[in-house]
Design a protein around this ligand. Structure first.
Ligand code: C2E
Ligand code: MG
Ligand code: MG
Ligand code: MG
Length: 282
């Protein structure tokens, strides 16, 4: 009968939840070992200024390939790292690694290249985070203005004073700040005003088929106009086609990042790209 059926489906539901929870626990313990066992590495996705198509820097993106060659995408392991708190240690590893890489780049380029690193709300809620960033910059000998920290809109909503304090401290250090995936979260314009990031990263979902989708074009134009009138740089994420690039140029976008101009690259390939860029400037 219906009652029994209900009870059975409830039992099924809890069994399913238990499996899900067990899988997360397993992933969490594998991830903990991945960090200490050297299974994590970075790839770097280039960013280009639209006006002259010059390289402006890279975003560091985390990759996990275990000893058996199995890769797990960030969309799967970052949430587990966030929930478990592992993201704090992983995030520091990413920062150190990214800053070490950027410190190797030639300094004499026309404008120094930037390295962008993603930071989770959980990291920003650590009272010692900004001090740790300062220590890493110092250890690597990297000028603060060459580091950009990407924060999603929702992180700005964080009620705790610590997050707001961390963001202020990072600014004080001279680190650049970017709002990631802009337009998809819950932040209000008041948050944007208070946070005053250097860069607004327009989410990929608004960039897709920009040339033919009037709704996307309207939203992108509004974001670019807003960013520029507040003195911020507008960057479009996930640019995949020449048509999207052309439309963004017309709308006045400053910088692009996407498969069209460059996929996330292994470190040695990124280093070769930097070397070629610096030579071409001279
Ligand atoms: P995100 O910061 O918004 O990074 C951009 C994502 O879009 C990356 O996926 C990138 O590979 C992908 N992408 C770039 N260009 C294109 C394009 O033209 N088309 C398409 N379809 N995709 C494109 P990825 O590397 O899988 O990272 C996903 C998310 O995982 C990141 O989104 C970020 O939120 C998070 N993540 C990655 N690395 C880290 C990290 O070190 N720390 C933290 N906290 N989060 C990270
Ligand atoms: Mg990002
Ligand atoms: Mg993004
Ligand atoms: Mg994203």
């Amino acid at each position: 009968d219906a009652k029994a059926g209900g009870r059975n489906s409830f039992r099924f539901f809890t069994r399913h939840m238990t499996q899900e929870a067990n899988q997360r626990l397993l992933l969490e313990s594998r991830l903990r070992q991945a960090l200490s066992g050297g299974e994590l590495h970075l790839v770097l996705q280039p960013k280009y200024r639209m006006r002259d198509r010059r390289l402006t820097g890279f975003e560091a993106l985390l990759r996990w390939t275990d000893r058996d060659g199995r890769s797990t995408p960030p969309s799967r392991f970052i949430p587990v790292a966030e929930d478990s708190g592992l993201i704090v240690d992983i995030g520091l590893w990413v920062l150190r690694e990214a800053c070490q890489v950027a410190a190797q780049w030639p300094r004499d380029a026309a404008a120094p290249l930037t390295i962008a690193v993603n930071a989770s709300p959980r990291q920003l809620a650590q009272p010692g985070f900004a001090a740790e960033v300062g220590r890493i910059l110092h250890d690597c000998g990297l000028p603060a203005a060459q580091l950009e920290i990407e924060v999603t809109e929702n992180a700005l909503l964080e009620k705790t004073g610590v997050v707001q304090q961390t963001l202020a401290q990072l600014k004080q250090l001279g680190v650049h700040l970017a709002v990631d995936d802009f337009g998809t979260g819950y932040s209000s314009l008041a948050y944007l005003k208070n946070f005053a990031p250097n860069t607004v990263k327009i989410d990929r979902c608004f960039v897709t088929d920009l040339q033919s989708r009037h709704d996307n074009a309207a939203i992108v134009l509004a974001i670019i106009t807003l960013a520029k009138s507040l003195g911020m740089e507008a960057l479009a994420e996930g640019v995949e086609t020449e048509e999207e690039f052309a439309a963004l140029l017309t709308l006045g976008c400053d910088t692009v990042q996407g498969y069209l101009t460059g996929k996330p690259l292994p470190l040695d390939v990124a280093a070769a790209l930097v070397a070629a860029e610096v030579t071409s400037v001279e």
